[in-house]
Write a protein that binds this ligand. Structure first.
Ligand code: DLL
Length: 439
């Protein structure tokens, strides 16, 4: 653990509350949130009434388990404003998140919601060692996506210098990074890889720049991916978690101990449930993360089923924060691929690839169907240095990768080695899977 983790930044006092104080805060905020939702959101009121529940029935934190769940379809079905608990004149910001189908989901903020969001983002950055001397380049999309503006407000509130570079224009990003002496970057892990790549192309030595920190999230990435990023760029990379429905980024963050992500429990009540039985699972057991907002005014979320799979990390953290930790999110319950009847997650493929030397962390999974049989092709970029004799080295590498994938997933994949920079890069969340089976 580095020294910075032991310092308690004044803005992070709420990270270190005693459990009694934390639970008392959570309970009073939970009761207020449930009352607000009941009074102002017809769907939530009806669901509670159907269960014979009134807000006054929430007497303890454990009573949250009696409340009905909320799911993404509830946001779609009430599009755009059906779940708002504040009149539009009190709302100062709308964001939206595009799904795979149809209309986006819309989320809303009052001034107080923006203040809470700014606070959790500021606490997040402080947790990974960012400080007011940092020059921070934000390479998330600014706009309806919560990444850009969420990061922006948090960095600014911390007193660091913000460069609102937004996503894309990779050459310009690198120019800013060099010319402005950038010390920290916020973007998706896949976009950061692209930045590293492009820097190599342009003959820029990222390791020689003042850049020391990246705070990344919005998509799953493995520990193997983190190691590659840190080694190649000579930086520390931290994982930040969040989702639009709850607030945006800033729901959970790693600290210097990097043994899970602390959830800002004074604002978000976290549960982990078995997605089949819908019952809570014991700490340390994997399940679906369910979040209840405790401070949100414009759009309170009661027991929102995130579909993100994680587990509570057991025991206290060496950093001294009392906030519970969740394991990094490796997958969503709905990104599971079923290939020849076997469940496979993209994160398993990523982990398997990165175990093989010579692979670059750029890959794509293409699923096709040939005479009713699923075929999984994994395309992976390889470092030219890994192949000195094209015929024998490629064959050997292909076999190693296929073996690694098979031992991780139990599935035989067709491995296709492709040249560096062949797989399409994304400026935001990477598209890892192309499923052509239903086409
Ligand atoms: O991705 C908010 C965000 C922006 C988080 C920047 C972190 C950094 P949405 O677009 O609504 O919001 O997508 C939320 O992205 O339910 C997860 O499945 C996934 N996700 C977010 N952060 C992580 C992470 C933003 N650190 C969805 N690890 C969530 C894995 C993540 N998955």
């Amino acid at each position: 653990m580095s020294g910075q983790s032991r310092q308690r930044h004044p803005i992070s006092a709420a990270d270190y509350l005693s459990l009694d104080a934390l639970h008392a805060t959570q309970l009073s905020r939970l009761r207020r949130t449930v009352q607000r939702a009941y009074d102002n959101v017809p769907l939530l009121r009806q669901r509670m009434q159907q269960r014979g529940l009134a807000p006054a029935d929430v007497r303890s934190l454990g009573d949250v388990t009696a409340l009905p769940f909320t799911v993404k379809d509830d946001l779609r079905d009430t599009y755009p404003f059906g779940l708002l608990a504040s009149p539009m004149k009190e709302i100062v910001r709308l964001h939206a998140s595009s799904g795979t189908t149809g209309k986006p989901i819309v989320v809303a903020y009052t001034p107080r919601d923006i203040a809470v969001w700014t606070e959790t983002m500021m606490r997040s950055y402080a947790s990974c060692g960012m400080h007011d001397g940092d020059i921070v380049q934000i390479a998330y999309g600014y706009g309806l996506f919560t990444g850009g503006l969420g990061a922006h407000y948090g960095v600014e509130a911390l007193g660091a210098t913000v460069i609102p570079a937004a996503a894309g224009h990779t050459e310009r990003q690198l120019m800013l990074m060099q010319d402005f002496g950038v010390t920290a970057v916020c973007c998706t892990p896949s976009y950061f890889l692209h930045l590293i790549d492009q820097a190599q192309q342009m003959g820029i030595d990222i390791e020689a720049l003042p850049l020391r920190l990246a705070v990344m999230g919005a998509e799953p990435w493995t520990e193997g991916m983190r190691r590659r990023i840190e080694t190649e760029a000579g930086i520390e990379a931290y994982d930040m978690y969040g989702l639009s429905e709850i607030i945006g980024p800033g729901v959970g963050i790693e600290c210097a101990c990097r043994s899970g992500l602390h959830v800002f429990e004074d604002h978000f009540l976290a549960e982990v449930i078995d997605p089949e039985t819908l019952e809570r699972v014991p700490d340390g057991t994997e399940g679906e993360l369910v979040l209840t907002t405790l401070s949100k005014e414009a759009m309170p979320m009661i027991r929102y089923r995130t579909r993100d799979i994680t587990a509570f990390v057991t025991g206290p953290c060496d950093c001294g924060r009392s906030l519970r930790r969740i394991r990094r999110i490796g997958r969503r319950s709905d990104d599971m691929l079923i290939v020849r009847g076997v469940n496979v997650y993209p994160s398993q493929i990523e982990a398997a690839l990165l175990r093989v030397e010579g692979t670059l962390p750029h890959y794509q999974i293409v699923l096709t169907r040939d005479q009713d049989l699923d075929r999984m092709e994994v395309q992976v970029e390889v470092a030219p240095a890994a192949i000195s004799d094209p015929a024998s080295d490629s064959q050997e590498l292909q076999t190693k990768i296929a073996h690694s994938i098979e031992s991780t997933t139990g599935i035989h994949a067709v491995v296709r080695l492709v040249a560096p920079r062949t797989i399409q890069r994304s400026e935001g969340k990477a598209r890892r899977v192309i499923d052509q089976r239903a086409m």
